[in-house]
Design a protein around this ligand. Structure first.
Ligand code: AMP
Length: 269
């Protein structure tokens, strides 16, 4: 999961910043999807974003992936702001809004991607969601839906502590529910599987507490704007994906021919 094949958008402009050019961007749909994924750390947003991307071509815009990409540069080309951001991330704390916002503003062109987008991990605070609303409105863009994934806390802790990520292609495995064929080695590219620093127990506790305090209020924010879709995210990734697609179908989001007024909800200030 979460690996990108050659015929998929390589997300270069998102991961590396505005000077980079994406390759493999799918042909735009008449109505590109513009979605936001919400949910506590470990509910599987990254996996679902990847499945959604494969199904509808929309680009997977993960702020966490931008930070992890910067981390691989090991000080080379890293700005002071990015180095500070990585320190917050290591502890499981949120990166300050100002740094995140600068990153988003630099990547505004990604919001116009002809294949649409699935935002994953952003927005994460009320200030970020308000700023996103203003930006989308000024760019003449609309969100189609905000999908909120729900999983009991005990299951989240088990998921995060067993998660292993490929250092090369970022494919995600789990020690018990999705183990690699050979221990510690990625099935897809042979890269080394490691535990994310922020998946260690002390960081997980901070992340869950931070989620409750800073991100959970966004559920109500988007519910009031008529954009929220709740999806129970227990069970296999495929079953969660099918629930997601079914929920989107109910709202008419999958109807290729649906007009803007039928399926897009304008972003309220
Ligand atoms: P994720 O992969 O989305 O779980 O993000 C990993 C880490 O990156 C988070 O625990 C935060 O430290 C940082 N991060 C990612 N996105 C944001 C955001 N929108 N606001 C603040 N911090 C973020």
């Amino acid at each position: 999961m979460n690996s990108h094949s050659e015929d998929q958008n390589d997300r270069a402009a998102w991961l590396k910043g505005h000077s980079a050019q994406c390759s493999g961007v799918p042909e735009g749909r008449e109505r590109p999807w513009r979605l936001v994924l919400l949910g506590a750390p470990g509910v599987g947003k990254g996996t679902q974003a990847d499945l959604l991307t494969r199904r509808v071509g929309a680009c997977h815009l993960s702020t966490g992936d931008v930070f992890r990409e910067a981390k691989t540069r090991n000080g080379r080309e890293q700005t002071l702001a990015m180095a500070a951001a990585l320190n917050f991330m290591r502890r499981g704390a949120l990166v300050p809004d100002a740094i995140v916002w600068e990153l988003i503003r630099e990547r505004t062109s990604c919001l116009h991607c002809r294949s649409g987008f699935v935002l994953d991990g952003f927005p994460r605070t009320l200030a970020q969601s308000q700023a996103l609303n203003v930006l989308l409105e000024s760019e003449g863009l609309f969100l189609d839906a905000v999908i909120n994934y729900e999983v009991p806390v005990a299951e989240i802790v088990a998921r995060l502590s067993g998660r292993r990520t490929c250092e090369s292609c970022r494919a995600i495995f789990h020690l018990t529910s999705h183990p690699p064929l050979a221990e510690g080695i990625c099935d897809h590219c042979g890269g080394a599987l490691t535990q994310r620093e922020d998946d260690r127990p002390e960081s997980v506790a901070v992340r869950l507490e931070t989620y409750q305090r800073s991100t959970a209020p966004l559920i109500d924010f988007y519910r009031r704007r008529g954009l929220l879709i709740n999806v129970v995210a227990t069970g296999s990734p495929q079953s969660v994906f099918e629930r997601t697609i079914a929920a989107l179908e109910v709202r008419g989001k999958l109807a290729g021919g649906a007009s803007e007024s039928e399926c897009a909800v304008p972003v309220a200030p």
